[in-house]
Design a protein around this ligand. Structure first.
Ligand SMILES: *Cc1c(COP(=O)(O)O)cnc(C)c1O
Length: 289
């Protein structure tokens, strides 16, 4: 399942950029989408090596990670359970999780905070149960994301990626350092107060030269949008044919355009945006369009 992937680098035409490229990780898989595929690759390898056959993880009701884990589990012949934050709801994402055979346990926000406690309470006796943190955050996940850099054939002046936990960012940074590239890594936290992302990153890779965090593109916070961001998605998608989700990739592309206007990146410099997938996030926001 994790052997061969299709994630080409494509040039896109979006004025005024002359050298804007996209790493199409969104094409890797419909359900194990984008960076979630990268992150699960070595998590599942480790689970397999430890003879764990039951994946237990955590997420919100619109979590791409939950759908990805459910799909990966069913294809690998594994069981899966998720603790879902908040009161019981039904939506498109959780429907997919259920169809892939994932058991959902809804927990209030207070209990959700202590994930290890929840895991212990429910699965102390299940020796096959494997704890996977929210969003798949782990050292194994960074290794999978490092491979994005190894797949690049040409050098870039700038690489952009959206961040939630910062695990994908850490992997990209490690990759840039390992390959000794002269590339700036621009990370766009999608949450308010995203400076904690740097602390997350240094847990995995202590050197932060190459790293540029941009804290002002959260549009009000996680899963928050503004009419300006929604309009940006409409224009961008109509002109490029590339779909964006309002939670992650739209904020990243908005930042690329804005940083070009501000002069941080030149319009002739080579820019690579990592499309981390997650397009089903659109379904949670359909009323905004
Ligand atoms: C989960 C997700 C991210 C965030 O990845 P982190 O490793 O948690 O920073 C970015 N983009 C998309 C589309 C995602 O689903």
């Amino acid at each position: 399942m994790f052997e061969k992937i299709y994630s080409p680098v494509q040039k896109i035409t979006f004025a005024p950029f002359n050298n804007l490229f996209v790493k199409r990780d969104d094409l890797i898989d419909s359900y194990i989408s984008g960076n979630k595929w990268r992150k699960l690759k070595y998590i599942l390898a480790k689970a397999g090596a430890e003879n764990k056959t039951h994946l237990v993880t955590f997420g919100g009701a619109y979590s791409n990670h939950l759908v990805a884990t459910a799909a990966a589990a069913s294809r690998s012949g594994l069981k899966s359970t998720a603790f879902v934050r908040g009161e019981e709801v039904k939506n498109e994402m959780l429907l997919l999780c259920r169809l892939f055979g994932m058991k959902l346990i809804f927990v209030d926000r207070e209990s959700y905070r202590d994930k290890h406690k929840l895991f212990k309470q429910h699965f102390t006796d299940d020796k096959q149960a494997c704890f996977i943190d929210e969003g798949g955050a782990s050292p194994e996940a960074t290794i999978g994301c490092t491979e994005i850099i190894g797949e690049l054939i040409e050098p870039y002046d700038h690489i952009f990626c959206a961040a939630g936990t910062g695990t994908t960012a850490a992997g990209l940074l490690k990759g840039i350092q390992q390959h000794q590239l002269n590339t700036k890594l621009h990370i766009i936290p999608v949450l308010k107060g995203g400076s904690f992302i740097e602390d997350e990153i240094v847990q995995y890779t202590p050197l932060t030269n190459h790293l540029h965090l941009h804290l002002d593109y959260h549009f009000g916070g996680y899963a928050k949008t503004t009419p300006e961001l929604i309009n940006f998605i409409k224009t961008f998608t109509a002109q490029t044919g590339l779909l964006l989700d309002p939670v992650y990739t739209a904020k990243m592309f908005y930042a690329i355009v804005d940083l070009q206007k501000l002069g941080t990146i030149g319009k002739d410099e080579k820019v690579l945006a990592v499309h981390t997938g997650g397009l089903m996030g659109l379904f949670g926001m359909k009323d905004k369009f």
